[in-house]
Structure formats: structure tokens, C-alpha cells
Design a protein around this ligand. Sequence first.
Ligand code: GTP
Ligand code: MG
Length: 314
Amino acid sequence: MPANLTADYLAAEQAYKQAHTHEERVAALEQMLATLPKHKGTEKIHAELKRKLSEVRKESQKKTGGHITPAYFVKREGAGQVALIGPPNSGKSQLLCRLTHAHPEVADYPFTTRMPTPGMMLFENVQIQLVDTPPMSSEFMEPWMPQVIRAAQISALVVDPNNLDVLDETELIFHTLEGWLLPPPKLLVGNKLDQDGARENFVALQSLYGDRFRYLGVSAATGAGLEAFAHETFRCLELVRFYSKAPGKKPDLEVPYVLRRGATVQDAAAQVHRDFGEHLKYARLFRRSDEPHGLMVERTHAVEDEDVLEFHTA
Ligand SMILES: Nc1nc2c(ncn2[C@@H]2O[C@H](COP(=O)(O)OP(=O)(O)OP(=O)(O)O)[C@@H](O)[C@H]2O)c(=O)[nH]1
Ligand SMILES: [Mg+2]
């Protein structure tokens, strides 16, 4: 693997590994081709990508549905999609700005954001998609908010603990989600902790809600707590990363495959290659710890984060 693959290329490769539909695969492969550095060392990869692309294009032409997607719909990319929800002015857009390359409008008045805006956040080597959303308040809520929240795997509620109405705002959002039969947010984010008293107010909020959520104090303005935010969202998504390796070769540790926690070696094999999925006999497990290397594991073995797997077929 040449060392000079760009971050854009690696992001596209991750999107490819995570793709669920033919269209997603085509889009990711096109992106990989567009971002692949062009020199002698990448000729093979280039040819391989072109071959895959024409294969997937053929597949996708076989079964195109032809339905219209609404404008608020955000196509999933990366390992997981997280909706940033919250009351007006809590700093959702500022958070997206700091954590991704997206440029949503940030302003000191409420109801700035009118449409969902996606951005890709990097946690270690995992791309997580954040979706900034319009505010939820008693004054107004976009009628399609439930669809946007439902489309994401989880939501993170962003509040400003110094706002005098923070409790009413938070309660309103919980009740609204309940009414829509949506799961509560996994993560409660106290933003603007750079402001005087915000930390204390956030602690008070935490003691009120107890262990209903995971909590994270951040400042989207200064960047404090944002690394922890990325880690915490990865945990809340309940994902495991794995890498595949060929016998006698080193694994490619740059771009992981990602599965739901609880997935098995059989699921992992199927994700890497259809042949592995269909003919898997066993796998050898390598970990980056001091456990014995190359341990034989059965198909039903649960994959753990950062496993390296070598698939053996019958
Ligand atoms: N002091 C401080 N101000 C912040 C922080 N994050 C955001 N702000 C400010 O808060 C205001 C609102 O930020 P936005 O990101 O637009 O808030 P929002 O939640 O997207 O607002 P809506 O789109 O209206 O829902 C802006 O003036 C930001 O500069 C922070 O961490 N600290
Ligand atoms: Mg906004």
C-alpha cells in the first residue's frame, strides 16, 4: 500500500467499505478514483478500482428503483450517522463546524439552521457522519424532524447549560421524541462550557437526569472536550472495528471495516468478500495485545474492536 494516500482517499475507501447499496458503492468508488494520487505506485490500485466500478455499475443498473428522495434526507456515509439535535442557539452548527469540514451557518440568533447539514468527523481511523439539524422548540419545529432523527443510528442532544430555559427546552425535546416514538438521545452534550458557571449548571443537569444518558461537556468555541466527543459518539454507536489480512501478509490497518457490536466472524467474512461469507470454515484472530497470535476462532465468535482476522475457506 503506497504511503501517500490522502485523507480524502481514505475517507472514500471507508465509505466504500461501509456502503449498503449499489449506489453508495458507485459513489464511493468514483470518489476513490478521483482522490487517488496518480503515479507509478498507484497504477495497480487505479486499474482495480476501475474494474470494480464497472462491475458495481452493471449491478446497480439491474435494479434501480427510481423513487424520489426528499430534500431533508441525508444519505448515510461512513461508519454511523449521528443527529445533532437541540434547542435554538445551543451551538449545534458551531459543533459541526469544529468537528468536520462542513460549513453550516453559525449565528447569535435562533433558528439559523433550516435544513439538515452533514459532515464527516474522524475518530482515530473511523469516519462518523454528524448531521446538524434545525432547532427543536415550542415555537416551531420542522414537520420532517422525526424522519431525520429516525434515519440516524443515534442522536446527541446539544444544550447550553447557561440558558435560563435549558430545563424546559430539554424536557420539551424529550416529550416530543417520546410522542414521535423515537428513542431518547444517547448523549447529552453541554456546550459553551467556556462561559462562567456553565460547568456548574451542567453538573446540576446531570444530577437531575442521573444515568439516563452519557454526558459530555464541551466548548465548540475553544475546542475543549471535542476529542472526547468523537470517542464518546463512537462508543454510543456500539461499533467494532476489524481488519482483514491474508495469510503471511500484513493487514491494512489504515481503514477498518466496521460492524455492530455483537457481530460474528461470519458477519465479518461476509462483509470482506462474498466468497469468504459463503465458504468460511474458520478464521485466525490476531490482536494488538500480547495474547497468542493467530488463535483459531469459529464462525460464531463475536468480533471485538480492533480485531485482525484472517479468513480461511473450505
Ligand atoms: N461562548 C460560546 N459560544 C458558542 C459556543 N458554541 C456556539 N456558540 C455561539 O452560540 C451561537 C449559536 O451557535 P449556533 O451554532 O448557530 O447554534 P445552533 O444550535 O446551530 O442554532 P440554531 O441553528 O438556531 O438551532 C453563536 O453565536 C455561536 O458563536 C461555545 O462553545 N461557546
Ligand atoms: Mg444551527
